[in-house]
Design a protein around this ligand. Sequence first.
Ligand code: NCD
Length: 305
Amino acid sequence: MAFKGRDVISIRDFSKSEILQIISLAKELEKKPSPELMKGKIMASLFFEPSTRTRLSFSSAMERLGGKVLGFETKEFTSVSKGETLWDTIKMVSQYADVIVMRHSIEGAARLASEASSIPIINAGDGANQHPTQTILDMYTIEKELGKLEGLKIGFVGDLKYGRTVHSLCMAMSHFKPKMYFIAPEALKMPKPYLDDLSEKGIEYVEEADLMKFCGELDIMYMTRIQKERFPDPVEYNKLKGVYRIDKSITQKMKKGARILHPLPRIDEISIDVDDTENAAYFRQAANGVPVRQAILALVTGALK
Ligand code: NCD
């Protein structure tokens, strides 16, 4: 299917070959900057929830392609604070831009926006649900760091219940015959629908609470932040915060060549003494957001086929 005019709401909307196509285009854009590609196009950047990397790397991607950016980074100064609906906001904005990048705290908000919008909507995270562009940059990073996507042992660690990056990445990697390790305390386990999906596809997985048990087996350790803002009860968050912490001594138990990824921000789950180990890939991962988002913006606006 062509990309032009398409929304990017869930990673499930993209086939294996489409994901690989985006990755290969991102590689080309990284090698060969194209400062004129999006000239005359406008990206609306609508962040109803906090963001640093996602918002700035989307803006950087657009501007490095010669496009322009408008939008807001907090909903407080928009008409949403006067009571305007998401539907009306999107209806308006879709007349001011060529593509909308949107982050929202409510699951399904991006899908709703895509129904109101006449231009492509890119989901930059909807509640605890999905974060598809993060997933493609995570995969871009894995390919770049390890040279392949097929047949890897991937451990997801931390908040697997509320972590939208985990949900999207788990779905997308299931195309590549992985073995998955879901390492989380009981209260933050991977939601059952994702596990059922893996079982249906015949993907092998284990669930475990002890990080040390499998840490020597993993090719990729995908570390995550405990998603404080999603907890209905702060007492529950306080019980679980700090549950996992990787430091240099843990990296010494990892397989040679294994990589630690993290969508960031980190709180205390990766100690800074890990940053200069060969395992630490998370800052390079954050940089990869720019070419990957360039590829996505260029494809959905039809600037590239
Ligand atoms: C993640 C997110 O917003 O889901 N961050 C990001 O986009 N890089 C992960 C997180 O906030 O913990």
